[in-house]
Unconditional design. Structure first.
Length: 278
């Protein structure tokens, strides 16, 4: 299903912000606002895909699946049709929210509803030059814990996997301005490791410009995929980042390998495209 405020087909348009979400929560509402802000800064457009998770729909079709009340004191059978209707309502509300914010910012926009898996559908629907944001509902801090008297929510950084500082730091700067994380941690991989001094200088300049702490992680697992996955999972568990940003091709590979089932997965995944000619 596609709802669009722009009659031009995707192959004729310029680069956009591509947002993917699979539920409407306080966090994914903020992700819509973040995406609109990014699109406004870049002078582009925003395209959103709402993914009805096929795994949830399959689970709802099982006879033993039940829906719990918020208190957990009561439950009732959950049918696939109930979940489909709930997802449809959330998708329509997400569409209205995007439409209102995009209109206020003077942006062109589109909205698709598909079924599948969040990361795979996000990657499939994005054009090669699009900046991809995938908002993962359920990974944000628990509101009940944050509202307890005396509770202090730990500041969550943005973790960036950078392998080419020249290409990726400008995009990272725009993300930091729009997302406003507490800090940024840059994990240098690939060719960026050989440009360490230049990268460190750019990170220091970025931190000074934005007025937020930034550092480069002293870790590089090398080209081995298994080592990269293990190191990434351990780093996510330690830092608990608000967002994880990396090149789109790396994101696709890691999503296929990990399935994003780690305990401390980030709330927002950002896929940076390779500019044409690279």
């Amino acid at each position: 299903m596609n709802v669009s405020a722009d009659p031009h087909p995707m192959h004729q348009r310029s680069a956009s912000i591509r947002l993917a979400l699979d539920a409407l929560t306080p966090f994914t509402r903020r992700a819509i606002a973040d995406a609109v802000r990014l699109a406004a800064r870049s002078g582009g457009r925003i395209d959103c895909v709402f993914v009805e998770q096929i795994a949830l729909l399959r689970a709802a079709s099982l006879p033993a699946t039940r829906e719990l009340s918020l208190s957990g004191a009561a439950s009732r059978p959950l049918h696939a049709s109930d979940l489909e209707q709930a997802l449809h309502r959330q998708a329509q509300e997400a569409r209205r929210l995007l439409a209102a914010q995009a209109k206020a910012a003077g942006l062109s926009w589109s909205f698709d509803i598909v079924r599948g898996a969040l990361i795979e559908e996000a990657l499939r629907h994005a054009d090669p030059q699009d900046l991809l944001l995938a908002a993962i509902a359920g990974s944000e801090p628990e509101p009940a814990a944050a509202s307890r008297p005396g509770h202090v929510t730990a500041a969550r950084p943005l973790l960036a996997l950078v392998d080419d500082a020249t290409l990726e730091l400008p995009t990272l700067r725009a993300l930091l301005r729009a997302l406003l994380p507490a800090s940024v941690a840059v994990w240098a991989t690939g060719p960026a490791i050989t440009q360490r001094q230049d990268l460190d200088e750019q990170i220091s300049a970025l931190a000074a410009e934005l007025g937020r702490p930034a550092n480069r992680l002293e870790t590089d697992p090398g080209p081995d995929t298994a080592a990269l996955l293990a190191t990434l999972a351990a780093t996510l568990d330690r830092l608990r980042p608000q967002a994880l940003t990396m090149r789109r091709d790396i994101l696709a590979g890691l999503a296929a390998e990990l399935g994003w089932t780690m305990r401390r997965r980030p709330s927002l995944l950002v896929g940076i495209p390779r500019p044409r000619g690279h």
